[in-house]
Design a protein around this ligand. Structure first.
Ligand SMILES: [Zn+2]
Ligand SMILES: [Zn+2]
Length: 116
């Protein structure tokens, strides 16, 4: 009697183990095409376009506006990595220096200057 139960248990465990193993094998098999696609995807033109855009974005000039000092009321407007113009930053230490600046920052500074 007891022996039968142990055998049954062992069979059950073996079955569970087999199923888990099969499930894992299935999962790996299901993921394999995704990995393949990922490796192949970088050479596709529409993906190249996205990568190019990211690379261009990374080459962009950062906005070096000192937002919290120059336009504290509009600190949130800064497009930090999209400096399109050169602005002037008046520093006690360096005098007037040219710094790359994004358009919203330049506008915020001008508005603040205009308002006095
Ligand atoms: Zn700013
Ligand atoms: Zn900015």
């Amino acid at each position: 009697m007891g022996d039968d139960k142990d055998t049954e248990l062992a069979d059950t465990l073996a079955e569970v183990g087999r199923r888990v193993g099969q499930a894992m094998t299935d999962a790996v098999e299901r993921m394999r095409p995704a990995f393949g696609a990922l490796a192949g995807v970088a050479s596709r033109p529409e993906v190249r376009a996205v990568i190019d855009r990211v690379e261009k974005a990374l080459r962009r000039r950062p906005c070096l506006c000192f937002c919290s000092r120059s336009h504290p009321a509009d600190r949130g407007v800064c497009e930090m990595f999209d400096a399109v113009i050169t602005g002037q930053y008046s520093s006690d230490l360096l005098g007037d220096v040219d710094v790359p600046m994004c358009a919203p920052c330049a506008a915020a500074r001008a508005a603040r200057e205009f308002a006095g």
